[in-house]
Design a binder for this molecule. Structure first.
Ligand SMILES: [Zn+2]
Length: 328
């Protein structure tokens, strides 16, 4: 699918204008990161070029090592490399050279389906934004202007995607890869037949040498991320938490999916934190031990039965009296 719309926040545009003004009378530019959802390309992060970039009044070339390093970092945070932005000094949209560069990029990076070029063209004291998407259809190189939709801030995106459900299988696959890079632990995928929820979890057996319970020294501790469905909407909530022995579960946090999707909330550090605090969570869960809970539960049942019996006897007495009255 060829994207038809570019979504960019006003804050981001201001940032691009400022950076352009810092390099007077020469071209400059930077890298664009974000997401492609359906027909929308969403810019969520921009990175300005380093000092090593070549900047002249008709020409701009990025420092390639810098670009590669930044891209690796961003991909770890689930942000895809979308393309570049660069400044023109009043000569309009992409030049032949710009087209060639995009073509070369797509040929050299065959896993990329699209390349976005965003040009900020300055004339008089004003500027114009031009977005172009480049792609390949079989062997045909396609260049297409795309519409730019400005939004005030990234939060506004929540509204745009509110009703759209998206299949997040790819997102989850990427997430589990990133989790492995980030925590060094391999997460297991599991889908429940009943509830349709999807879970990524990591299990570990802990030896509880200083445990108060003598009967059990080993305990299975697992950390999970649970998605309510595979077809999720931006407003759905996912939960992260821990489980002991497949029984006791504690939800550590519930996060709106859009906050993770647009990297407003970073999931990886949160999960790392759960691992770091594993001993603490084990303690909490052991103290809400089922033995104590069970005895509480039994007590409650007893009390309810007593109340019920009392009520019943009151009712019987009352109806006897009522009947007696009716007779007379
Ligand atoms: Zn150019």
């Amino acid at each position: 699918m060829i994207p038809k719309k570019l979504i960019i926040a006003e804050d981001t545009i201001n940032d691009i204008v400022e950076e352009s003004n810092r390099h007077e009378n020469v071209e400059t530019g930077g890298l664009l990161f974000g997401k492609i959802i359906g027909e929308c390309i969403i810019i969520l992060k921009i990175i300005h070029s380093s000092t090593n970039a070549k900047r002249t009044h008709v020409y701009f070339e990025m420092d390639e090592d810098f670009a590669i390093n930044i891209t690796k970092q961003m991909e770890k945070n689930n942000l895809a490399y979308l393309g570049n932005w660069h400044k023109h000094l009043g000569y309009g949209g992409p030049s032949n050279g710009d087209d060639k560069q995009a073509e070369l990029f797509l040929i050299q990076n065959s896993h990329k389906r699209n390349y976005l070029s965003l040009i900020i063209d300055f004339y008089n004291n004003d500027y114009n934004l031009i977005a172009t998407n480049y792609s390949f259809d079989e062997d045909e190189f396609i260049k297409k202007d795309i519409q730019i939709q400005q939004i005030i801030n990234i939060q506004e995106l929540n509204k745009i995607f509110k009703r759209k459900k998206l299949n997040i299988r790819n997102f989850i696959d990427n997430l589990s890869k990133n989790l492995e890079d980030h925590t060094g632990k391999t997460f297991i995928h599991s889908q429940s037949n009943k509830s349709q929820s999807y879970k990524l979890f990591y299990e570990e057996i802990y030896d509880l040498q200083n445990s108060e319970s003598k009967t059990k020294n080993k305990i299975v501790y697992s950390v999970f991320i649970k998605f309510p469905y595979l077809n999720i909407s931006m407003t759905d909530k996912i939960s992260i938490g821990v489980t002991l022995d497949h029984k006791l579960t504690r939800i550590v946090e519930e996060i709106q999916f859009s906050d993770i999707f647009f990297n407003i909330v970073e999931l990886l550090p949160k999960l790392k934190n759960i691992f770091d605090k594993s001993q603490y969570y084990i303690k909490i869960l052991l103290h809400s031990d089922n033995k104590k809970e069970n005895s509480d539960f039994k007590n409650r049942i007893k009390i309810i039965k007593v109340i019920f019996r009392t009520l019943k006897s009151i009712y019987i007495q009352y109806s006897f009296k009522a009947k007696a009255k009716n007779v007379t």
